[in-house]
Ligand binder design. Structure first.
Ligand SMILES: CC(C)(COP(=O)(O)OP(=O)(O)OC[C@H]1O[C@@H](n2cnc3c(N)ncnc32)[C@H](O)[C@@H]1OP(=O)(O)O)[C@@H](O)C(=O)NCCC(=O)NCCS
Length: 170
């Protein structure tokens, strides 16, 4: 399988925050943003793998800024690293100022998707070739995030998490 660039998987979704999607403070409900990020990440995973891709884990979500009712929200998802059957997807969330149009980063998240066949069995996917400095940075740190996710899920022994251990011994 030929390796692909992260840009080939990019999925950009822009939508408004409507009244039914807010909390009592009139800011976007966290679960609504999680769902939008999951949808964008799922499309990015499918574009990279050209397979059915399922959410295996949500590794990191930072709700740094509240997103007010009526905001224009853009969710950008891109594969940041691939392993044998799994992909890390990095998601950046932006809001747009109504008058100036200037975009501000509101939140970010990292999801793991696994490509599966029609019976749900994980299948191998193309590898990825990061191009930009940011893509290279995210690629380099992805292995320790995968190990952390597996350790927390009870699927890897902490002693086997070599990248994580290296982080703490430096
Ligand atoms: C995700 C799923 C396919 C993994 O199946 P599995 O039997 O654990 O398969 P494996 O152990 O072979 O793991 C497959 C890959 O997923 C990775 N993986 C599994 N759990 C993970 C986790 N919690 N964090 C990060 N990676 C994980 C494995 O490391 C492996 O990666 P690699 O092949 O790239 O090295 C399976 O658990 C599943 O179908 N889950 C339900 C998915 C779903 O329905 N999501 C929507 C939620 S409602």
């Amino acid at each position: 399988m030929e390796a692909k660039y992260p840009s080939e998987s990019a999925c950009i979704m822009t939508d408004l925050v409507l009244p039914g999607e807010t909390n009592p403070l009139n800011n976007m409900f966290g679960g609504e943003l999680l769902a939008r990020m999951d949808r964008a990440a799922s499309i990015a995973a499918r574009r990279h793998s050209r397979r059915v891709a399922v959410t295996a884990s949500v590794n990191h979500v930072a709700f740094n800024r509240a997103i007010p009712l009526g905001s224009v929200v853009t969710v950008e998802a891109k594969v940041s690293r691939t392993f044998r059957t799994s992909m890390e997807i990095f998601i950046d969330v932006w809001i747009e100022d109504r008058e100036s149009g200037i975009r501000t980063k509101a939140n970010e998240a990292i999801y793991t998707f696994v490509a599966v066949d029609e019976t749900g069995i994980p299948v191998a996917i193309p590898q990825i070739k990061p191009e930009t400095d940011l893509e290279k940075e995210r690629y380099a740190a992805a292995l320790r995030r995968k190990q952390l996710s597996l350790v927390l899920a009870g699927k890897m022994k902490p002693n086997d998490a070599t990248e994580l251990k290296a982080l703490f011994s430096n």
